[in-house]
Write a protein that binds this ligand. Structure first.
Ligand code: ATP
Ligand code: MG
Length: 299
């Protein structure tokens, strides 16, 4: 994926994920810098494939929305985050931030306040989500009270992330960090759910990532509470028992899974290109999430 990361003066490209390109200051020894430049591209992924084409302005929306949340949450909860500065090269203005380099835990910290997606699939099979027993009779979109913490293990490149029981997370990263991350994730979810609700959005679930800083302090990294990492549902039309109106990438997942795409998820073939209409409607949804949450139009 290195071919998709443009050269930036003063920065050395170190890594590309499905969506972001990471750089370190060129004057530092490789791997030794205290900071990183994280650039969110317009790439979109679904079912662990990078799709084409990109979604116009998506990288800027993700970055601006994450920054908005980092600031908003800092007033509400005592979880340090990795943001250092938004002074970035002009070529990536608006879509990048300078962050503290963290040593990331190989875990996606997921909180679910509503049952859907991979959680619903496990519930239908076993009555549990990551081993947590849930009441019987729940349907797609049922509210979970209280919200639950359902970690997944970050997969190696090309593999799929895998939901794991909390005990497995403890085994992988240790009891103390696992408990700390669970507490912080549920606290963040509860706070953000309340803020989103006031903006007409149900935060159904969200995924965050933590790492440790140079002093070993557990710190919130990556992006937070964006339409890539969260499910945002329209509070007004919400109704359990069916899929919900959403302002996130569910629209893309649904199109890929539909007959219209002609794609078999189980096959080895890469997904087809997204039609203009799907790209446009997805872009609209990302903008709408930004507009509702922040109260201002994305420009
Ligand atoms: P993968 O890393 O498996 O490719 P992804 O496709 O979600 O996952 P991106 O979101 O595109 O990856 O890239 C962001 C990468 O940067 C992630 O691997 C994430 O863990 C890492 N990351 C985020 N914040 C920091 C930080 N402060 N320090 C170090 N790494 C970070
Ligand atoms: Mg990511």
């Amino acid at each position: 994926m290195t071919d998709t990361a443009p050269q930036l003066d003063g920065w050395r490209h170190v890594y590309s994920g499905k969506v972001r390109n990471l750089y370190e200051p060129a004057e530092t020894e490789p791997g030794q810098s205290e900071t990183l430049l994280v650039v969110a591209t317009d790439r979109i992924s679904a079912f662990d494939h990078i799709l084409s084409p990109g979604i116009p302005d998506k990288g800027k929306i993700l970055t601006q929305l994450s920054l908005w949340w980092f600031e908003r949450l800092a007033d509400e909860i005592a979880v340090p985050n990795h943001v250092v500065s938004t002074e970035v090269p002009a070529a990536v203005a608006g879509r990048a931030m300078v962050v503290q380099r963290l040593s990331m835990f190989p875990i996606e910290a997921i909180a679910r306040g509503y049952l859907t997606g991979s959680g619903l699939a496990e519930y239908r099979a076993n009555g549990t989500v990551t081993g947590i027993q849930l009441p019987t009779g729940l349907v797609d979109g049922s509210k979970l009270e209280p919200a639950i913490f359902t970690p997944s293990a970050k997969a190696e490149v090309g593999e799929h992330d895998e939901n794991i029981p909390f005990a497995e997370m403890v085994h992988r990263i240790g009891q103390e960090p696992a408990e700390d991350i669970r507490t912080k994730t549920l606290e963040l979810y509860t706070t953000a759910e309340r803020i989103a609700r006031a903006a007409g959005i149900i935060l159904a679930d969200t995924k965050i990532e933590f790492g440790t800083d140079a002093d070993g302090v557990i710190t919130l990294g990556d992006e937070v509470l964006t339409p890539d990492s969260s499910r945002f549902w329209d509070a007004e039309t919400y109704q359990p028992g069916r899929s919900q109106e959403s302002f996130d990438k569910q629209f893309v997942r649904d199109w890929l899974a539909s007959e219209a795409s002609g794609w078999d998820q189980a096959s080895d073939t890469p997904p087809p290109a997204l039609p203009d209409e799907v790209v446009e409607k997805t872009a609209q949804r990302y903008r709408e999430a930004f507009r509702r949450l922040t109260g201002r139009a994305f420009d």
